[in-house]
Design a protein around this ligand. Structure first.
Ligand code: ATP
Length: 519
């Protein structure tokens, strides 16, 4: 028997996740030899496999199991007008200011708004004082409209907000800074009033296309993959002769110049998304929203990582394009956080691209004998966040009967980078040759490892920590009767089986079919 050790606290668990990811070749800090690049990470030899397997699990669930969902691979560079139409050029802008002493960065408008909130709190205080004084006769509206002190506060608020609004509208960032200084706003962390200039900050990364400075065109690295799908909507619909409802799926890199970039691969500046846009008849969005919420949750649950680790979070404040939206949250080592978004996007994107491009992006409905802009239901999940969910959930410390502990990465077998390790018990007597023969046979179907170094117990531990679901040991008996021992990672149970059954046993455990059938 064994049980899972309780690690001291969430922070320790998270630290352990990060160090294990590095130690076993899953995730490295980018450009580490140059002290790294903040919020950018590289996937190592095992990480690249795990990531590929998660991507494949999603891709197959979307495109292979639905005959009306097809996949595309759009470019990262897109015509700059795309981002005007999507709203990213205008809506992804934040005015930022740094405090020179604390080195903390703030949104300048938020600093001013927080200051205003403090004045509002003073008004509230006056109101509740008066309410107490006047009792049942208190008329709040009249008091607010006539009380000298309240009027003074309100006038101050109006003046500040009017000025802030005007300077932001005119992009007069020097005046935003002047306002912060006049109001004597201090850094909430250090109390210092030593501010830098205010700079406009767009979350999109800009770059240039073209050789000469005059003719170069300003481009953005895409901040989401979705727009590559929207602009190809008609290409796919026409060439694939798709009928509503149908979906277009895509996986690929997205880039955001995140201000608060921390929490390892949870929030990165370069990350990968797996998005699917489902084009539907207007009016059916509620039905499809519910259906995709259920489908996506079931996809997560099929991996067996525990129902209690997921919850839905409905958005109250909706984005400008959405008429309903929710997140699937996962219990990360630092608490429940967004893993995937499900958004009912109406016809916002296609209509906006119609407007900006001057091209029709409509569907001819043969049943209704008319054309219209379809509505869109979107599912959007971060591949790196999914990686972190799977990795952190799988990492466990177990205390064994003999008092020792083992670190085991209980990755769902379908996702594990290496499916089996073949281990000759000794480095002689023809055992390595027989083991190698088995590797050569299995490698056509699975990624397998060969390991002959150290005592077999240590090799088991190494494979446990690596997440390998099976260890196959070749010993002297194998030479005589062609049987081997299979050790199961999670239960540590061992069974003796004929060598020609090994492939079938691994297959059953790792075949995507057995996992996705649960959906
Ligand atoms: P958040 O609120 O965490 O910033 P978001 O609501 O901006 O996320 P979306 O624009 O809906 O995220 O993107 C869809 C998915 O892409 C998210 O659910 C998340 O899994 C992933 N994602 C978004 N931003 C990042 C990032 N900076 N690093 C890694 N994954 C990300």
């Amino acid at each position: 028997m064994f049980y899972i050790c309780q690690m001291a606290n969430q922070e320790d668990v998270f630290k352990k996740v990060i160090s294990h990811a590095k130690e076993y070749g899953y995730v490295f800090q980018s450009s580490e030899i140059y002290d790294g690049l903040s919020a950018v990470y590289d996937y190592g030899q095992n990480g690249a496999e795990l990531k590929k397997n998660i991507r494949e699990y999603w891709w197959q669930a979307m495109t292979q199991l639905h005959d009306n969902i097809v996949g595309i691979d759009a470019a990262i560079f897109m015509h700059p007008t795309t981002w005007k139409a999507s709203g990213h050029v205008d809506a992804f802008n934040d005015p930022l200011i740094d405090n020179k002493d604390s080195k903390k960065r703030y949104r300048a408008d938020v600093l001013v708004e927080d200051y205003v909130a403090k004045i509002e709190a003073k008004i509230d205080k006056e109101v509740s004082k008066a309410a107490k004084r006047f009792g049942a006769d208190f008329d709040k509206e009249q008091f607010v409209a006539t009380n000298g002190r309240v009027l003074g506060y309100q006038e101050k608020i109006d003046t500040i907000l009017k000025r802030l609004g005007k300077s932001l509208e005119n992009e007069d960032l020097a005046d935003v800074k002047a306002l912060i200084e006049e109001l004597e706003i201090a850094c909430p962390l250090s109390g210092s009033k030593n501010w830098t200039d205010v700079k406009q900050f767009n979350l999109m990364f800009g770059t240039k296309l073209g050789a000469s400075a005059d003719s170069a065109m300003d481009l953005y690295l895409r901040p989401e993959t979705a727009q590559g799908i929207f602009v190809n909507f008609l290409n796919v619909q026409k060439t694939g002769r798709m009928k509503l409802p149908f979906g277009i799926a895509q996986t690929g890199k997205a880039f955001r110049n995140e201000i608060v970039a921390r929490q390892f691969i949870f929030r990165m500046r370069e990350f990968e998304q797996m998005e699917m846009q489902y084009f539907i008849k207007p009016g059916t969005q509620k039905e499809w929203y519910d259906a995709w919420k259920e489908k996506r949750l079931n996809w997560h649950l099929s991996l067996g990582m525990g129902q209690d680790n997921y919850r839905f979070h409905d958005h109250e404040k909706l984005a400008h394009y959405a008429d309903a939206a929710c997140d699937i949250e996962f219990k990360f080592p630092f608490g429940f956080k967004e893993l995937e978004g499900i958004h009912s996007r109406t016809d916002f994107d296609l209509s906006s691209h119609e407007k900006y491009s001057g091209k029709k992006l409509q569907y001819f409905d043969p049943e209704e004998n008319k054309s219209y802009v379809p509505y869109v239901l979107e599912t959007s999940i971060g591949l790196d966040r999914m990686f972190l969910a799977v990795f952190s959930n799988s990492l466990q410390e177990e205390e064994l009967d003999n008092g020792s502990t083992r670190t085991v990465l209980k990755l769902p077998a379908v996702l594990a980078p290496t499916k089996a390790a073949v281990l000759p018990l000794l480095k002689r007597d023809g055992l390595p040759e027989l083991a190698q023969k088995l590797v050569d046979e299995l490698k056509w179907d699975f990624k397998v490892a060969y390991d002959e170094k150290d005592a077999v117990g240590r090799r088991y531990r190494r494979q446990d920590a690596n997440g390998t679901p099976f260890c196959i040991t070749v010993d002297h008996q194998s030479l005589e009767d062609n049987t081997v021992t299979i050790r199961h990672r999670d239960s540590m149970e061992q069974e003796r089986v004929p060598m020609d059954q090994v492939k079938g046993i691994i297959s059953k455990a790792v075949d995507i079919r057995y996992w996705l059938q649960k959906i």
